[in-house]
Design a protein around this ligand. Structure first.
Ligand SMILES: NC(=O)C1=CN([C@@H]2O[C@H](COP(=O)(O)OP(=O)(O)OC[C@H]3O[C@@H](n4cnc5c(N)ncnc54)[C@H](O)[C@@H]3O)[C@@H](O)[C@H]2O)C=CC1
Ligand SMILES: CC(C)CC(=O)C(=O)O
Ligand SMILES: [Mg+2]
Length: 372
């Protein structure tokens, strides 16, 4: 029986439309092979929405996201909108969308594809076996705290506030422990508890939640040390769980382990099955419109959509296997190409993934219903 799914697609700004086009192609191909019929609704978001309708998150966009089973997003932002007032800033729209949909858990896996050791600036022996998952709290912390600008006697003053409530910490910690159970059973909780009160609460809650998961090992690490250890001993990490801003920064850093930020996908989920799927990277304005962006992060985000929103591990793995095959054949986009290599364009790479996906057979050993 054909499965009906409703997907909201928000290409956004910069390279967003180019990479999302490849993601949608792969989603439709996987849908054909694995028995889906998609209703796809496109929506405006970010700077392009400001330009068109003077609103970075139009009501119609929010509406199609609410009605959808999953949202696929490219990226938002760029220099054209950097000086906009807060209500017209593209990045604010993305923060608001995540909050409105209640997507508090952001999964950012960083895994080394074999053959890409040479693409990283780090030594191959440091990278061998890298496979970590950053679980980032997504709807709290300093990105959402009260912001203020004031004139004082000594000039202008700006304030950002970092607030966490224990329930917000508890629910993300619980997710991290659940996911660690299906991996190598190790959680590193990252904070700045030597300085921040919110981090002291975070650590306290982490200890409490850990008591419910005796099979999973919990370590605490200060964020400055973690930033170093990620590139020094990356294979020591399994699941890293941390607050919003630390997770944002550490996941970009983790991209260096894999060879390019153009490879890192993400899934943002909440209490239900609806999720938002987007690459970890931004709108890369410097290469926008040239057809050279790496579409892998977006394509792998589509795999995460099948896994987390549709509960379809078989389709997810087929997409991941197709990407692996294409990379194993030596195909590279500009960000991964060695000097002298012929780099494929964004759509050529997407086409190669489609061809490999067509060769993938459902694996009868994988349960169709994914572990959520
Ligand atoms: N989720 C989102 O929509 C995000 C949006 N942004 C926004 O994006 C804009 C640019 O931000 P940046 O700090 O430059 O970060 P960025 O991630 O857009 O780019 C950083 C570097 O990585 C390269 N890069 C990124 N994605 C790539 C891909 N798929 N293939 C090949 N190379 C790629 C870029 O060319 C650049 O050299 C800003 O307006 C920022 O606010 C930044 C991060 C996340
Ligand atoms: C709102 C986004 C621009 C923040 C970010 O960099 C991210 O989520 O990766
Ligand atoms: Mg970021």
């Amino acid at each position: 029986m054909t499965k009906q799914r409703h997907v909201a697609v928000l290409p956004g700004d910069g390279i967003g439309p180019e990479i999302v086009e490849e993601g949608v192609k792969v989603m439709k191909q996987a849908g054909e092979q694995f028995g889906y019929h998609f209703q796809v609704d496109f929506g405006l978001i970010g700077g392009s929405a400001v330009d068109r309708v003077q609103n970075p998150l139009p009501t119609e966009t929010l509406q199609i996201c609410w009605e959808a089973d999953a949202v696929l997003l490219g990226a938002v932002g760029g220099p054209a909108w950097d000086k906009n007032p807060p209500e017209l800033r593209p990045e604010k729209a993305l923060l608001r969308l995540r909050k409105e949909l209640g997507l508090f858990a952001n999964l950012r896996p960083a895994k080394l594809f074999s053959g890409l050791e040479q693409s990283s600036t780090l030594k191959a022996e440091v990278l061998e076996g890298v496979d970590l998952l950053v679980v980032r709290e997504l709807t709290g912390g300093i990105y959402f705290g009260e912001k203020r600008r004031e004139q004082t006697e000594r000039g202008e003053k700006a304030t950002d506030t970092l607030v966490y409530q224990d329930y917000e910490v508890e629910r993300i910690l619980r997710r991290a422990f659940e996911w660690a159970r299906n991996r190598r059973k190790k959680v590193t909780s990252v904070d700045k508890a030597n300085v921040l009160e919110s981090s002291r609460l975070w650590r306290q809650v982490a200890e409490r939640v850990a008591g419910e998961y005796p099979d999973v090992k919990l370590d605490h690490m200060l964020v400055d040390n973690c930033a170093m250890q990620i590139i020094h001993r990356p294979t020591d990490f399994d699941v890293i769980v941390t607050e919003n801003m630390f997770g944002d920064i550490l996941s970009d850093e983790a991209a260096i382990l894999t060879g390019s930020i153009g490879l890192l996908p993400s899934a943002s989920i909440g209490e239900g099955n609806r999720g938002l799927y987007e690459p970890v990277h931004g709108s890369a304005p410097g290469i926008a419109g040239e057809g050279v962006a790496n579409p892998v992060a977006t394509i792998l985000s589509v795999a995460m959509m099948f896994r987390h929103s549709f509960g379809d591990e078989q389709a997810a793995r087929a997409i991941e296997a197709a990407v692996t095959c294409v990379l194993n054949q030596g195909a590279r986009t500009m960000d991964l190409a060695a000097p002298g290599d012929l780099a494929l364009s964004t759509d050529q790479f997407g086409d190669r993934v489609i061809e490999e996906l067509k060769q993938q057979q459902p694996d009868p050993h994988i349960p169709v219903e994914a572990m959520m």
